[in-house]
Design a protein around this ligand. Structure first.
Ligand SMILES: N[C@@H](CCC(=O)N[C@@H](CS)C(=O)NCC(=O)O)C(=O)O
Length: 385
């Protein structure tokens, strides 16, 4: 390592510590922050300010990633991939401390594409408030962390976004015993204590929704969603709100025997397109991340999955090229010709991941917005050519 890169690493560390301290000390100290929204706009702004502070802190960081991130990762021999601390179905550490879930499998798929080995991977659990700083300081190369693609994150916060891997939307969940039912809507939560995690689109959306409806809520934010859910179980929160997929997971796994939780039906209160997120201006790395997702969807289009992929190696046309045959484009991307064969063989196609992690929670792929375009969904990968 030359002196210049030593210096830039040192500076990166100093920035990282300063920023992590800022992020953790703002709205996200784990104790929960309270803000009232509705008529009392001054206090509602406190909550938004807390979220904005985290974003502002992120804005001040210089990108420390070097010239070509794809080359750096290949030289390093390991992909650093950020996931949630606990997001049921998406990223949960098993009894051996190994992360399992839809998002952590996208990390594995990306490692398989770039390095030929799904285990050439360092999975980094991050709270929502920590995640963008972790990208900016180079602690992680990419997030697969329930992260919504928004205009400000895509510009002001310095992120770039890959293809959406899960089209989600924010929903609310309450106890049936508190009088909420399958007919409840946001308009019914006037006076409620609403809880979510800090540094998210979620906290901004619910504050805005309450303001627009002219109702008053008390918004409590916590560092991570485990604490949010525990407060809901203990009765400290009337309502919890986050991406719908997150609520389904929490209800499936954590609803106590003596409580019944209701997820408000109807349209979600927001759009939450979730997908891979990385630092700006790393085009070759972005291509590798993005085409990993596209390859998993194209494999689905052909009915090629983890268990039958070997039967299709050497196929004609697009599928053959995608799996490394004649005319493959992977080499020109800086990947091995069989990069996407390795993805499907080692990790699976898109619906393999869904079947493994999300179907057991009751989330249905068939006919949903997350299904392939050929089935009426929104998943439409570009052609592999
Ligand atoms: N998609 C939203 C919310 C992301 C979020 O933090 N979701 C929760 C619930 S699914 C989560 O990931 N919790 C896991 C954790 O706190 O580590 C965003 O990008 O701001």
């Amino acid at each position: 390592m030359n002196n210049k890169s030593k210096l830039s690493q040192l500076l990166a560390l100093v920035f990282a510590f300063a920023l992590l301290a800022t992020a953790c000390g703002s709205s996200s100290d784990g104790e929960g922050d309270t803000a009232t929204t509705g008529d009392d706009t001054a206090q509602a702004d406190d909550s938004s300010d807390a979220a904005d502070d985290a974003d502002d802190a992120e804005d001040d960081v210089e990108l420390t990633q070097g010239d070509d991130l794809l080359e750096q990762i290949q030289a390093r021999g390991e992909l650093n991939c950020g996931v949630s601390t606990v997001s049921i179905g998406f990223a949960v550490a098993d009894s051996n401390g190994i992360y399992q879930g839809f998002d952590s499998d996208f990390c594995r798929a990306t490692a398989a594409a770039i390095l030929g080995d799904q285990d050439a991977l360092n999975i980094v659990p991050l709270t929502a408030a920590e995640r963008f700083t972790a990208v900016q300081t180079g602690e992680v190369d990419v997030l697969h962390r329930n992260t919504t693609w928004t205009q400000s994150r895509d510009s002001d916060v310095g992120m770039d976004f890959g293809p959406t891997t899960y089209f989600d939307g924010q929903q609310l969940m309450a106890r049936v015993g508190d009088g909420f039912s399958s007919n409840s809507t946001v308009a019914d939560i006037d006076g409620a204590v609403v809880c979510t995690n800090a540094g998210t689109t979620t906290e901004k959306n619910i504050a805005e929704a309450a303001d627009l409806l002219g109702i008053e809520i008390t918004l409590n934010t916590f560092e991570d969603f485990d604490i949010v859910t525990q407060n809901f179980i203990d009765g400290g929160c009337d309502i919890i709100t986050t991406d719908g997929s997150g609520l389904v997971g929490r209800k499936a796994e954590q609803q106590p025997a003596d409580q019944e939780w209701a997820i408000f039906p109807g349209a979600p209160i927001s759009k939450e397109p979730l997908g891979p997120t990385y630092g700006q201006n790393q085009s070759r790395f972005a291509d590798a991340v993005n085409w990993t997702v596209f390859a998993m969807l194209i494999a689905d289009e052909y009915g090629v999955n983890q268990s039958n992929v070997d039967d299709f190696v050497g196929a004609d046309g697009e599928l053959g090229r995608l799996l490394g045959g004649d005319g493959e484009v992977q080499s020109a991307m800086g990947l091995a010709p069989d990069a996407f064969y390795q993805v499907i063989k080692q990790v699976g196609n898109y619906s393999d991941l869904w079947a493994r992690h999300l179907a057991p929670l009751g989330l249905q792929l068939e006919g949903s917005v997350n299904d392939l375009w050929t089935n009426g969904g929104l998943m439409y990968p570009p052609p592999a050519r």
